[in-house]
Design a binder for this molecule. Structure first.
Ligand SMILES: [Zn+2]
Ligand SMILES: [Zn+2]
Ligand SMILES: [Zn+2]
Length: 84
């Protein structure tokens, strides 16, 4: 019996309209997973704030958790509100 191993290269290209191609928190490009995600394929979407800055979801969640009082965008210091 022979098993055929099919390698699937799922290269996910994000589509976004950002002036910056890098996450403002971890500085990794959005086309890569964030530094918290050890391997590609981890669920690491890009999330947007009302201020139009965007970050890896893991990065902004980590950032917001570290904010004791006001949850602000790490880039522009506006109140962080997730954009629907
Ligand atoms: Zn990031
Ligand atoms: Zn991640
Ligand atoms: Zn911002």
């Amino acid at each position: 019996m022979k098993f055929k191993i099919v390698k699937v290269h799922a290269v996910a290209k994000w589509c976004w309209q950002a002036s910056d191609d890098n996450c403002g928190i971890c500085r990794d490009p959005f086309e890569c997973f964030c530094s918290d995600c050890k391997a590609p394929g981890d669920d690491c979407p890009i999330v947007w704030g009302q201020c139009s800055h965007c970050f890896h979801m893991h990065c902004i969640l980590k950032w917001l958790q570290s904010q004791q009082v006001n949850q602000q965008c790490p880039m522009c210091r506006q109140d962080w509100v997730f954009k629907e």
